[in-house]
Design a protein. Sequence first.
Length: 746
Amino acid sequence: MIFYGHSSEGRSESEWQSLSEHLKAAGELAGNFASPFGAKQLAVCAGLLHDLGKYTSEFQARLKGSPEKVDHSTWGARIALERYPSLGYLLAYAIAGHHTGLANGKGEGRRASLQERLVADLPKLHPQWQDELPVPAALPMVPGFKPHPQRGMFQMAFLVRMLFSCLVDADFLDTEAFYNRVEGRPALRPELGTGPTLADLKAALDLHLAGFNADKPVNQIRAEILQHVRAQADLKPGLFSLTVPTGGGKTLASLAFALDHAIRHGQQRVIFVIPFTSIVEQNAAVFRQALGPWGRAAVLEHHSAFADDPRDSKEARDKVRLVMENWDSPIIVTTAVQFFESLFADRPSKCRKLHNIANSVVILDEAQTMPLKVLRPCVAALDELARNYRSSVVLCTATQPALKAPDAAADLEGFEGGLENVRELAPEPAKLFEQLKRVTVKHVGALDDAALLSQLREREQVLCIVNNRRHARALYQGMADLIGTYHLTTLMCAAHRSQVLATVREALKQGRPCRLASTALIEAGVDVAFPTVYRAEAGLDSIAQAAGRCNREGRWAAEDSEVRIFANANDDWKAPPELRQFADVTREVLRNHQGDPLDTVAIERYFKQLYWQKGDEALDALSLLGLLRKAKIDSLPMDTVAEQFKMIDSVQMPVIIPFDDEAKSAIRDLEFVGGLQGISSRLQRYLVQVPRHGFEALRKAGAIEAVRPKEWGDQFMVLANESLYDPHVGLSWDEPSFINVQALGW
């Protein structure tokens, strides 16, 4: 009897895919994906068993038209536990969840637990599977697996997620290949070995870097940093830090190190993890330019505001979307939210890419900005990637040592549960801070809006960064009568923000008047250089980032380039509680510090007070690590951890802004297309994220309207009342208390 894995409507059974063919192919693919971290045999076995329930007459009848649904995942989980009592659970979670998602081992969750699935009634399994599938009698644990003394079940849950990723991606890829073949569709994924290699990218980057002219002192220092960092590439994979002041060339230095290091150690890709969506595009553009002819083929952006390049063909855009599903590209540029929420996820679509993080170089930009409430789980995930998955993790920041564990032998302080054996790539960070000092930082006391506006209006080129979107708007309106006044917040869509930044850069370059009121979104890597920056009180790391937007290229003397910290004298502009906590710690540190507010001593004291002395109640607010410590292998809370782990608490709803002709064209297309066909991506640059209560207020007022709600519900809500979107300040609605989420650092 022939058992089938996949059918094809309108074609004879001779063209269907046999079940054994699909299971063997999925096993081979999954095994290849897991090989870099030593779990090949486990993953092969998961692939062989994942659709075992299709060896039933009930499922075969479904392929031939029966409407009855059949559970075809649980049999594989049962057999895994029968055959492999010690390791079977690692496979069982992944197999049982490969369609619906990872479940809790026991207890309540959003889906039936693994235990409930295992005891449910199932159709009778035909014994033919034993003759057709080379399922091994025994399985070894991952060779060389390094246990952590306090994180045993965290590590097991992490391994389950990685095996799940290998299995899900293998299942998708083999199924996709079958349907492409039988239905005569072209394969859109690039064939193995057809894209640029890391060596190709390194050669292109070397050529780009060779064109740099170290004609100024700051460029000479950047060249020395680059040379020193690249010289460390032979170091064994693991944990690194790159502590370089803002403006020291971290972006390209980290890319150069990552390519050199990955080639030297046989790692497969480079992943840049960036705090803000707004600068993912900027960094990706820098990399594409630096990689010359390979740039567009090698660099993949993956974030909530990704837009297809309209110059590309539909086939090229489809390829990008396919690669985005599993990160099968040499260089990935993504957000911290996308990266970490995937590492703790439970759904196949979110987890599919995880195995491609293994055996990679991960550059964590502005590492110190992770939210306090999930700091310990995030640090544990980074440690595990380096410990057992052949990843090298580079903590790339101007404000180290934020995430390190204490080291008594080296007389270094840190926080318990932090990262150990972190090797510094930069030459003498403290000395670099002295050499690259380009600003003078001082606290100018409390300022009300009248006093603040008076000072801003006196200066022809000045940036003011505040913690509240309404405050940024009020300051803009207080200067709007002056030529060269601009505004930047996330109430403007990404296309609008890009337009404003381009105008600001040109004004600064030409020496024209330029006064910009912005929220903190401008701080993390946005390439602008003002002679003077005002910063509302915030964390010392945020102030350091604000300083990076001042005199970035060293055009002026440090004493002539000021970063002026001020306290808000207006109660209307109170910062949210977490930001107030950061500001309070900064104020206390600077009160007792006699040196430069941004020197390494002040930064260390800041982090010591901010979270080195805090326990799990602050750094793992939902006790996710505690939940895993209490678990056993048969009761891993996979579903619960995924549900609770959130980088950002507030729920945001997207509103599409008909900002320009491209946005309006995409909205028109959305009205008529049969499928989404990439329009969703085209619209990403025209979204403004609105808190749910503001979204409902806009809906109730008829200011937003759903496109084809019967098909897509609220997925595509367009601003119908265009008067609510101001060409200078973006979207408006009556909501006095809404605080800019991105001011929290994410």
